[in-house]
Design a protein around this ligand. Structure first.
Ligand code: NAD
Length: 264
């Protein structure tokens, strides 16, 4: 293998991708595995993790599936302990989960707000803490949290009205919280060899959902300097880079993959 190839090589690494059965999760798992990692695809929708695992194994990749609710502190700890007991180490932990209360702000009860944060922010915290615990004991590791453009800027209500509930306030607050959490954890874990970063996706509408609505996709595209939405495949480079030795001096920061959405 050339030095050029070695920089991005993940051979021998074990990766956990929570939310790995989702729209951006599946290409993320594929990308990590294509670069040599053994990938544990974990998802609260166990059937989606299994579907992804069957599909990626058929492509010759090293994959296993796991049902996991990132909002269940004990389950996250047990899952990581299980991975380490079976594989000996955990080198890459990715959180690609998302939860939305689906309510506009004036209809959102405190309990809705708290439910959203429980998954999107507290879940992210628990995964980082537990993966970080293992990685500190190893002296190495890379934690990658999915934030969002809506952790940096507000949704433009004109795009979503009247169906504004797809981007509720708890979602953006959690995604902004992730960006600060990443900086904090990077500072604490940096001396111990563990890197913590975020990827910040812009508009990647899933064709099965909103991405199937041509008018909506046009509205999104009109707000992107690159004049289009992202293809799910386009998130992979940032994740693989942050997971790999190519990013060995990069921690406490974010890679924005948004076609320029947050640039103007
Ligand atoms: N797609 C986009 O346009 C976009 C934009 C900005 C940010 N993001 C972020 O990127 C990440 C991936 O987004 P996506 O488009 O693939 O979404 P998705 O909904 O397709 O995938 C999210 C996955 O997380 C899983 N999940 C939800 N709650 C969970 C829980 N409690 N425990 C474990 N798994 C759980 C879901 O089952 C799903 O498979 C998310 O963090 C999302 O907020 C996506």
């Amino acid at each position: 293998m050339t030095r050029k190839e070695e920089r991005f090589d993940l051979t021998g690494k074990v990766a956990l991708v929570v939310g790995g059965g989702g729209y951006l999760g599946v290409p993320t798992c594929r990308g990590l595995a294509e670069h040599g990692a053994h990938v544990v695809v974990a998802d609260v929708r166990k059937e989606m993790a299994e579907k992804a695992s069957i599909q990626l194994a058929a492509e010759g990749l090293s994959i296993e599936a796991m049902g996991l609710d990132i909002g269940d502190e004990g389950a996250v700890k047990a899952a990581i302990d299980d991975i380490v007991s079976r594989h000996g180490h955990l080198d890459i932990a990715v959180n690609s989960t998302a939860r939305s209360t689906g309510k506009p702000m004036d209809e959102m009860a405190l309990v809705d707000w708290e439910k959203g944060l429980r998954i999107s922010l507290s879940g992210a915290f628990v995964l980082s803490r537990e993966a970080g615990r293992v990685m500190v004991s190893q002296g190495s590791g890379s934690i990658i949290q999915f934030s969002s453009m809506y952790g940096k800027v507000s949704p433009d209500p004109r795009i979503y009205a009247p169906n504004f509930n797809v981007n509720p306030v708890d979602y953006g607050a959690a995604k902004a919280g992730i960006l600060q959490m990443v900086r904090y954890q990077a500072v604490m874990l940096g001396p111990k060899g563990v890197r913590v970063n975020a990827v910040v996706p812009g508009p990647f509408p899933n064709p099965v959902g909103q991405g199937g609505d041509a008018e909506f996709v046009k509205k999104l595209s009109d707000k992107v300097p690159m004049a289009r939405v992202g293809d799910a495949e386009e998130i992979v480079g940032a994740v693989v880079f942050l997971a790999s030795d190519a990013a060995s001096f990069i921690t406490g920061t974010e890679i924005v993959v948004d076609g320029g959405w947050t640039a103007w």
